[in-house]
Ligand binder design. Structure first.
Ligand code: FE2
Length: 353
């Protein structure tokens, strides 16, 4: 592949100076275009961004300082290396030029070999900075790709863990799958940010993971649990949190929070902490209502499945056992708005899967 020759833009209101600089740049092996004033310089630079600008300081209408500022403030021309060619020698003009984005100075009359050297130097500088920018971009892409891979691995691990837990439990794989969608919908409906909504989608299926550690005799008992058995059953919250709490992915952190608190109730009547109101993490408040809906709609050895309407009625009106005061009012409100979606999710992700 042939490399395009660097482009030099010569800006000077003095025609003989323009031609002199243009010729020398071409002799040095560069492409050179000229502009006789600031406006034309900006226009040409935008048309084809130059690598180097040889810029006269004193020009009518728009002087070299303003041209430099404009070139540096436009994304398209910001990387042009600017050499100011000037008769001005005073300190203040140099500071002003540097502030405007000028890299180098050349005094008039121009010394040919100094000009060649300075152009060569700024081009080298530009090449290095381009190289660094490319490397940074590449690195950022690699980091992004790596992060995506890590997230994928987290999700796979979660899916495996959740599947493993569902083998022991009465709840099916479809139940945990549906939970992902219910919780994400409620999170969106109450205005949680995109990161939270994504995290709850992956974290919520792990809510009952602690049941792995509950003896089968209790977990699969057909009759009602006695007091001692019930205490053991309730420990699945803390056990789940313990299991997930060792991880530091956002999914596992939220998963641990949900596992610990998904049986808390807004009125303080839940377990394990008997937490009340906003002391219960929002993720767990969302989880609780979704879990209730899905449990009401599902068949168990000791109960029949309820219709969508009946489940919604129990949650929103109450049946003596489940009451609206058990739920965060905002979450309950969102549930009412999302109820049709819940029906769709339940019917789409059926238990036979
Ligand atoms: Fe649970």
């Amino acid at each position: 592949m042939t490399e395009t020759k660097p482009l030099v833009l010569v800006v000077d209101d003095d025609e003989s100076m323009r031609l002199l600089l243009q010729r020398q740049m071409e002799n040095d092996g560069y492409r050179a275009v000229t502009a006789e004033n600031g406006f034309s310089a900006i226009e040409k630079a935008i048309g084809e961004p130059p690598d180097v600008v040889l810029l006269d300081a004193l020009m009518p209408e728009m002087d070299g300082f303003e041209v430099a500022e404009r070139l540096k403030s436009s994304e398209r021309t910001a990387t042009a290396q600017i050499i100011m060619v000037t008769v001005l020698e005073d300190h203040q003009s140099k500071i002003r030029a540097l502030k405007a984005g000028v890299q180098e100075f050349l005094s008039k009359p121009v010394d040919r070999s100094e000009l060649s050297l300075r152009v060569h130097n700024v081009l080298m500088l530009k090449r290095y900075s381009n190289f660094l920018a490319d490397q940074n971009r590449l690195l950022e892409q690699k980091v992004e790709e790596r992060s995506r891979q890590v997230l994928r691995s987290y999700r796979e691990t979660i899916a495996t863990l959740t599947r493993a837990a569902s083998y022991k439990d009465e709840a099916t794989g479809a139940h945990v799958h549906r939970i992902s969608y219910y919780t994400e919908d409620i999170a969106q409906a109450i205005g949680m940010n995109a990161g939270f909504c994504e995290a709850i989608h992956y974290a919520s299926p792990m809510h009952d993971i602690g049941k792995i550690a509950i003896p089968d005799a209790i977990l699969q008992k057909r009759g009602p649990l006695d007091e001692h058995e019930w205490e053991i059953m309730k420990s699945h919250s803390a056990l789940g949190a313990q299991l997930l709490g060792t991880g530091d992915s956002p999914y596992l952190r939220m998963g641990a929070e949900i596992a610990l608190h998904h049986h808390e109730r807004w009125d303080g009547g839940g377990y394990p902490g008997r937490l009340k109101g906003e002391l219960i993490p929002i993720s767990a408040r969302i989880m609780n209502i979704c879990d209730q809906y899905d449990a009401l709609r599902s068949e168990r050895p000791y109960k029949k499945a309820l219709s969508h309407q009946a489940a919604v009625e129990i949650i929103t009106v109450g049946d003596g056992r489940t009451l609206p005061i058990h739920f965060d009012p905002d979450v309950l409100d969102a549930f009412k708005r999302c109820a049709e979606r819940f029906r769709e999710i339940f019917e789409t992700i059926a238990d036979c899967q």
